[in-house]
Ligand binder design. Structure first.
Ligand code: ADP
Ligand code: MG
Length: 199
């Protein structure tokens, strides 16, 4: 079973990995966006880690709802409300339980990803974070490691695609040949989940 401490570890592992990869995320956002994805998420997850340190919610749902709220209020770009919605909706789906199973997490994360698709209007194949998140959720029934691999492959698979949503869609066909920054950061989020699970 996964307790609040597991979810705190997931968020702090994400913050550490976003810190390490911030320059790369921003570099990916340069040719097809406005070169701020790394700094956006760095600001957001730094705030998440600080808030969790201060408040330490006692339930998995509480951890994710607090994290999502921080992202929405501190990240200026499109990715803030999208990741914020992902975590808040996932947290809400987990309810008040003190511990949840991996299956419950997979189901809740599915609800979170659906909420991101509703909010942003992106579908798989539009070259967004959705292209890493959907395969990750599909694989989560197998293992955290399978989800991590699926997310990483999903991110790489955005390279030949033309972006259909977000800022990268403004450059039209010129987005072809560039890996999507948000799909790349979504793969970091899922990798951190495997890390929190000790895989
Ligand atoms: P901004 O585009 O406002 O500068 P960021 O650079 O922080 O925001 O985030 C860009 C990433 O957000 C994209 O690479 C993409 O993965 C994701 N994104 C943008 N718009 C959407 C959307 N409508 N649906 C899903 N993901 C989106
Ligand atoms: Mg940007």
């Amino acid at each position: 079973m996964l307790d609040a401490d597991f979810f705190r570890r997931w968020m702090t592992a994400t913050a550490a990995s976003v810190d390490r990869e911030a320059e790369r995320l921003t570099a990916l956002d340069s040719p097809i966006g406005d070169a701020d994805h790394g700094s956006n998420l760095q600001r957001g997850f730094t705030a998440v880690a600080a808030a969790l340190d201060k408040e330490a919610p006692g339930t998995p749902g509480g951890v994710l709802i607090l994290a999502g709220r921080q992202l929405i209020s501190t990240v200026g770009g499109a990715s803030g409300p999208l990741y914020g919605t992902l975590l808040r909706r996932t947290g809400k789906a987990l309810g008040d339980a003190g511990e949840v199973s991996a299956e419950q997490l997979a189901e809740a994360l599915r609800a979170g990803v659906d909420a991101v698709m509703t909010l942003g209007g992106a579908a798989p194949g539009d070259a967004t974070m959705i292209d890493a998140l959907v395969p990750a959720v599909d694989a989560l029934g197998d293992s955290f490691t399978a989800a991590r691999t699926a997310a990483e492959e999903g991110a790489v698979a955005t390279t030949p695609l033309q972006a259909r949503k977000g800022r990268a869609s403004y450059v039209g066909e010129r987005s072809i040949g560039h890996q999507d920054p948000g799909a790349t950061s979504a793969a970091l989020l899922i990798a951190a989940l495997a890390e929190a699970a000790g895989e």
